[in-house]
Design a binder for this molecule. Structure first.
Ligand SMILES: NC(=O)c1ccc[n+]([C@@H]2O[C@H](COP(=O)([O-])OP(=O)(O)OC[C@H]3O[C@@H](n4cnc5c(N)ncnc54)[C@H](OP(=O)(O)O)[C@@H]3O)[C@@H](O)[C@H]2O)c1
Length: 306
């Protein structure tokens, strides 16, 4: 397959005041990459999205917002190098892995993207890793990100890493018998660290545009850390309803990967995060109560069990 760069015919974004060049984003049709694009466009940056299908609805929606599309295949280095040529900075994440085989694929994609960035001479690379990936912790789909971080570190590229906590967007409170119920496979007294996807995008954009720097090259993205009962209380307060938390056993999780991940989340909760670190880059980083408010969250209308 030959490298393909598609320029859309929408009005091009005007240049960022800080970095006038193009910022490339991998995963732009997904949650993280999408948030990075949103924040870059808010800064009026010029964005090129590396997509596997430029004709997908999500890719077309990006093009309609002024984003340049570059068709890539992660197993075809020439497409990646072509897509990263002459960009000012490059943001990438790696896709979700739900099995050990997918973990291998994740590492393959991450290292292929780093190799392509080296080949294309990208001046600045940002990897969306995961909280805790500063070292191996026995969580396969987090250790994969540690491997990619190390690979990136040795690449010679000017690189930064953001390490996001679990996303606030993953919370799924239920309404049962007039009560908000939050269930997680976490002990009642273990704080869960969290960040909104919006803020991940905002921090990434600030780093990519040179508006901020990650101290020491890496920043942990934790906007809030709350125990289950406090998470439930935050949703209950918004809904004006009583709320309760139910700690589930790890055995409810479908994969061993998820079980070791939640065990690690509980352990990580024992070590408070510096909630100021992310706010030093994005002062408006949301805590959970603010996220609930700004997203307009309302209690689910489906009333389970009543
Ligand atoms: N969930 C959490 O709370 C959380 C917290 C921290 C970190 N993470 C990490 O976040 C990552 C997932 O991020 P996300 O939620 O943004 O994912 P997502 O919404 O599922 O998006 C995945 C993106 O990757 C692209 N993609 C997947 N495979 C590709 C391939 N082979 N070639 C080209 N593009 C490919 C997809 O493109 P298409 O449109 O073509 O599918 C899409 O743009 C995982 O690594 C996870 O461990 C998750």
């Amino acid at each position: 397959m030959s490298p393909q760069i598609e320029l859309n015919d929408a009005t091009p974004a005007s240049s960022s005041p800080h970095r006038p060049g193009t910022i490339a984003v991998f995963g732009a049709t997904g949650r993280q990459g999408g948030a990075v694009v949103d924040a870059l466009l808010d800064h009026k940056a010029r964005v090129r999205a590396l997509v596997r299908d430029p004709h997908s609805d999500r890719a077309r929606a990006l093009a309609a917002r002024g984003v340049e599309l570059a068709a890539v295949r992660t197993d075809d280095p020439a497409t990646l190098v072509a897509a990263l040529t002459a960009v000012e900075a490059f943001s990438f994440m790696t896709p979700e892995a739900n099995s050990l085989e997918e973990v291998e694929t994740e590492i393959r994609i991450g290292t292929a993207l780093v190799d392509a960035a080296v080949e294309a001479g990208v001046p600045h690379v940002l990897f969306n890793s995961v909280l805790g990936a500063d070292r191996e912790r026995g969580v396969p789909h987090h250790d994969s990100k540690h491997t990619i971080e190390e690979y990136l570190g040795k690449s010679g590229l000017r690189a930064e890493v953001v390490r996001p906590a679990p996303f606030m967007e993953e919370m799924a409170p239920k309404l049962e018998h007039g009560e908000i119920v939050v269930r997680l496979p976490m002990p009642e007294d273990a704080p869960l660290k969290m960040i909104s996807v919006r803020d991940l995008g905002r921090v990434a954009a600030a780093l990519l545009l040179g508006l901020a720097e990650a101290p020491g090259g890496a920043v942990e993205l934790v906007g809030d850390e709350l125990t289950g009962p406090r998470i439930a209380a935050a949703f209950g307060a918004r809904a004006g309803l009583p709320a309760r938390y139910e700690a589930l056993p790890l055995s409810v999780l479908p994969t061993e990967l998820d079980r070791v991940m939640f065990r690690e989340f509980a352990e990580a909760g024992e070590h408070p995060s510096d909630l100021g670190a992310v706010r030093a880059i994005e002062p408006d980083t949301l805590d959970l109560a603010e996220w609930i408010r700004v997203t307009g969250w309302t209690a689910p209308t489906h009333v389970a069990g009543s």
